[in-house]
Design a protein around this ligand. Structure first.
Ligand code: 5AD
Ligand code: SF4
Length: 477
């Protein structure tokens, strides 16, 4: 803290959050206003690497930056501040960040006032932070998942002191509510319901980088959802590492199905989704709430990870091949039209051909609409990192077989809604062709159809004319 001005500003800062952050936001704004008078454009860019949780963090960063007077740009060469939210769930996510910051060196050489900052999951790993500090000295700001809300405070300090700021916390002391957030889409929003994870699956780094599970206050969640609907949001996605265990860390809190039912009943909310339930505690009550509430989307993402009971045990997943299949059966009985998607890891340490065949069997039985498949990636610090790896060529070969198998079995359910008229939430102009739009069915399947831009953000009836496998061509009625 080598700067006198910042020391003075700091002395007058409120101690409580979020007031403290709003104070720093105002300070940045005042500073930018002066500079803008001299022709400074104050542009910032936020790049998201990773999952919806990381994307939501990106929206929070953007919200703070905009509130402080920055306009958001997609062009890094015109940005004065470039921030990254990062992912470390698999090694290739880390490589993606290194690639991106390597490319920024030449921009920093041209503009020494450029502030490059990195936050998110990857920054909760000491080794990665050390590597960044050693190899990329032009990164000025490093903070983690537990203190994202403090962006304004850190940014102001970096701007005034021109010194590096690195602040990493082991866990979150509190959940800070009511800070700004900038939605990517006006009609769709993600809402955190809990942070962190207590499951400790043996392959997974998330509990180490996101900390222990903390549920948000249900009243705060409801207030946020209500405000979003009032602001024109049609679809809300509830986010948690394991949504089923929502509320278990707080005595007086409601359960996840109760929370879901309360939100579904908010007047004007057209669609409600959630991510991610864990098969180990997917309750009948949750299925009933889904069945009873028309606006809860017809889609369940149910990570399988492996179909082998022995592997699942060593993954610490707390369910078996049989119990997963029984759950799929029950889901299909209660919600026959539901679309089921999953995550599968191939090549977990010790996985035999027999174990792999169990996975193939569960895939054939479950007929997933789609599946995200991953080759096991060793994460330092997790229990599985110490176990003997499956040879790379074996993993690659199994991975290819699995992809083909998934494709084959998803085909059985593809096109099942052909000819029907269904509601589509229109998301954007089609990237490929003129005059075409892209939207999504309640079951998460994409539909392309002809239409004008004014339909973006609307829910419209579309006849599904042609099945293209995992998407449709349709015509708006
Ligand atoms: N290696 C490969 N895949 C992983 N996932 C999580 N950790 C690992 C890992 N170490 C996958 C899981 C999870 C998804 C988000 O990422 O399938 O559901
Ligand atoms: Fe999301 Fe996990 Fe990656 Fe973090 S490590 S960005 S929580 S997938």
């Amino acid at each position: 803290m080598g700067n006198k001005l910042f020391t003075e500003i700091l002395e007058n800062a409120p101690a409580n959050e979020p007031e403290r952050q709003f104070y720093f936001i105002e300070q940045i704004k005042a500073l930018l206003d002066v500079k803008k008078g001299e022709g400074y454009e104050a542009k910032a860019m936020v790049t998201v690497i990773g999952c919806q949780m990381s994307a939501k963090d990106g929206e929070k960063l953007q919200g703070i930056l905009q509130e402080a007077g920055y306009s958001i740009t997609e062009k890094e060469e015109e940005a004065d501040v470039i921030l990254f939210t990062t992912c470390t769930v698999r090694e290739n996510a880390n490589q993606k960040l290194y690639g991106r910051i390597g490319q920024l060196k030449h921009l920093y050489q041209r503009n020494k006032d450029l502030i490059i900052g990195i936050t998110g999951c990857m920054m909760q790993e000491k080794d990665e932070v050390e590597t960044i500090q050693r190899k990329y000295p032009y990164v000025h700001l490093i903070f983690g998942t537990h203190n994202i809300y403090k962006l304004a405070e850190y940014l102001l300090e970096t701007m005034l002191s021109k010194e590096k700021k690195v602040e990493l916390l082991e866990d979150s002391a509190e959940i800070v509510e009511n800070l700004p957030s900038k939605r990517k889409y006006s009609f769709r929003a993600a809402v955190n319901i809990s942070f962190g994870c207590n499951n400790f699956c043996t392959y997974c780094i998330v509990p180490y980088v996101r900390g222990r599970e903390k549920s948000r206050d249900s009243q705060e969640i409801l207030k946020e959802c209500e405000a979003l609907v009032a602001d024109g949001v049609k679809e809300i996605m509830l986010l948690g590492q394991n949504v089923n265990s929502y509320g278990l860390d707080k005595k007086e809190e409601c359960s996840f199905p109760e929370l879901l039912a309360k939100i579904a009943k908010l007047p004007g909310l057209k669609r409600l989704r959630f991510m991610t339930p864990n098969p180990k505690d997917f309750s009948d009550e949750l299925l009933q709430v889904m069945k009873e509430n028309e606006n809860i989307c017809n889609h369940i993402h149910l990570p399988l990870q492996s179909g082998s009971t022995a592997i699942l045990k060593r993954m610490n997943r707390h369910y078996s091949k049989e119990s997963y299949m029984a759950l799929v059966k029950k889901i299909r009985e209660v919600l026959p039209d539901v679309s089921l998607t999953t995550d599968i890891i191939v090549g977990f340490p010790g996985e035999t051909e027999e174990d792999f065949q169990d996975t193939m069997e569960v895939v054939a039985y479950s007929k997933f609409d789609s599946a995200f498949t991953f080759q096991y990636s060793k994460r330092t610090g997790t229990p599985a990192a110490k176990w003997e790896a499956v040879p790379e060529d074996v993993v690659k070969e199994r991975f290819q077989r699995l992809l083909e198998h998934i494709r084959l079995h998803s085909e059985e359910r593809e096109g099942r809604d052909l000819g029907k008229v269904m509601e589509v939430l229109v998301e954007e102009k089609d990237k490929e062709s003129e005059n075409m739009l892209t939207g999504r069915l309640s079951n998460n399947v994409l539909v392309h159809f002809e239409g004008g831009e004014r339909l973006i953000g609307e829910i419209v009836p579309v006849r599904l004319d042609k099945s293209m496998g995992f998407y449709y061509y349709g015509s708006v009625l």
